[in-house]
Design a binder for this molecule. Structure first.
Ligand code: 5GP
Ligand code: MN
Length: 357
């Protein structure tokens, strides 16, 4: 990653000093990086004598309970289950941290209250193309594994922690290691020299990685694994362009009693097949189809998500949606849409290569 600007750190310290009420926010359907970053910052701000509140668009998923258990009751709110309190917490803050998202629309139902808020806003994020005009202070870096990693480097640049991970609150260290672990898919992708330095410092500081890995990857429900089996044997398609796709409909989710967050990681599995260059995962939601994309080097999942799925993200990991009935009339039309869109996309890449783009 590029170096952190020390005058930005001074501005950040100043903003924190001057602020009474602080809200920490993250994107819709928060993942390990979003929840880990929010939790780590919460514990650091607490230690600084502040009273921060974490406000999320949707509840933190159950599998991250080992990270959020240490957060005071009433200090983590979400718009889905307690909208009035969540809205008041955002509207009443002097300072709002925006973690792991690059634009307000990524917070879904929280977008309006964020846009209307007159609080100072600080962005800490690792996605492409941040909407800088919306923030008073922007820490945006794409050459890092995760927001958790970027936050780690920011915290250690602060006078209080003086480059010593051992000075971080233990709960913050655990949360940062968790965020980095989930966004790198347990060190499988987006690992930079700075990522390993972070991991090494946190291990030295006493973080129990075996415990984190146990919670993240060894506590699945049996039904989740059996569903993976069904999807891989009966649902997975691979096109002649090397695009793999799987479509998960509501009926199948109900049959396996699937909960929010349980399909995390499904999209990565087909990428382990040699001829697969991009993997797409479609999941039926209330009024839309949610889309996850992962690609190998040389193919931009971000571009595919932006052109065909109203979304974006990172070069190799992106997401978006298909609107029902505007893009597809129902889940039954997704396969045809996926085949057509990805064929066009992969052909355009081929053409770009030939014409030197
Ligand atoms: P996932 O497939 O895990 O849901 O998302 C992969 C990456 O794409 C994440 O970094 C996420 O923030 C980003 N992403 C997911 N959905 C959207 C979307 O609708 N719009 C944008 N801009 N990014 C998304
Ligand atoms: Mn992230």
């Amino acid at each position: 990653m590029n170096g952190i600007n020390l005058s930005d750190i001074a501005s950040l310290e100043n903003l924190i000093d001057r602020s009474g009420k602080i809200a920490i926010t993250a994107h819709m359907r928060p993942d390990g990086d979003a929840v880990g970053s929010c939790s780590a910052l919460y514990h650091c701000l607490k230690e600084m004598g502040k009273s921060p509140v974490i406000v999320l668009p949707d509840a933190s998923p159950g599998y991250l309970g080992f990270v959020t258990d240490s957060i005071g009751s009433g200090d983590i709110l979400d718009f889905d289950s307690c909208r009035p309190e969540a809205e008041r917490a955002v509207a009443g803050s002097d300072l709002i941290f925006c973690l792991d998202y690059n634009a307000f629309h990524r917070t879904g139902q929280m977008e309006e209250v964020l846009s209307l808020s007159r609080a100072k806003k600080v962005l800490i994020d690792h996605h492409l193309n941040p909407d800088r005009t919306m923030f008073d202070l922007t820490f945006s870096e794409i050459l890092v594994s995760s927001t958790a990693e970027l936050l780690f480097h920011i915290l250690l640049s602060m006078a209080r922690y003086a480059s010593d991970a051992g000075k971080l609150p233990a709960e913050a260290a655990l949360a940062l290691m968790t965020g980095m672990t989930t966004d790198t898919n347990n060190f499988a992708n987006s690992v930079y020299p700075s990522t390993l330095r972070m991991a090494s410092s946190l291990l030295e500081a006493g973080v129990d990685r075996d415990c984190i890995v146990g919670h993240l990857y060894q506590e699945y429900r049996e039904g989740r694994i059996r569903l993976v089996g069904e999807l891989l044997s009966e649902n997975l398609k691979i096109t002649d362009d090397g695009v793999a796709y799987m479509i998960l409909d509501r009926e199948t989710m109900d049959r396996y009693g699937l909960q929010e967050g349980e399909t995390e990681g499904f999209v990565n599995i087909p990428l382990s097949i040699g001829r697969v260059r991009m993997s797409c995962f479609f999941k039926e939601d209330q009024d839309r189809i949610r889309v996850s994309l992962r690609s190998k080097k040389g193919i931009s999942a971000n571009r595919c998500a932006a052109i065909y799925f109203h979304g974006g993200g990172h070069e190799q990991a992106a997401g978006g949606r298909l609107a029902v009935p505007d893009d597809v009339k129902s889940i039954d039309e997704v396969a045809a849409y996926a085949e057509k869109a990805t064929h066009e996309f992969m052909n355009d890449i081929q053409k770009d290569k030939c014409t030197g783009f």
